[in-house]
Design a protein around this ligand. Structure first.
Ligand code: ZN
Length: 51
């Protein structure tokens, strides 16, 4: 993979972050403590993206 391909695949931070999330949670998002699958994306205008 060269830098042009990399740029195409990850045009912005969001695309990059989603890629890592898909690796981290390839079986769905789960709790690292009890492995339950119920978790919630924190949302709202003041929230830092990715949290
Ligand atoms: Zn849990």
């Amino acid at each position: 993979m060269n830098i042009d391909q990399l740029r195409k695949q990850f045009p912005d931070e969001e695309a990059c972050r989603l890629f890592f999330e898909s690796i981290l949670w390839n079986h769905g998002r789960s709790c690292p403590h009890c492995h339950c699958l119920k978790s919630y994306r924190i949302s709202g205008a003041s929230v830092r993206r990715g949290l």
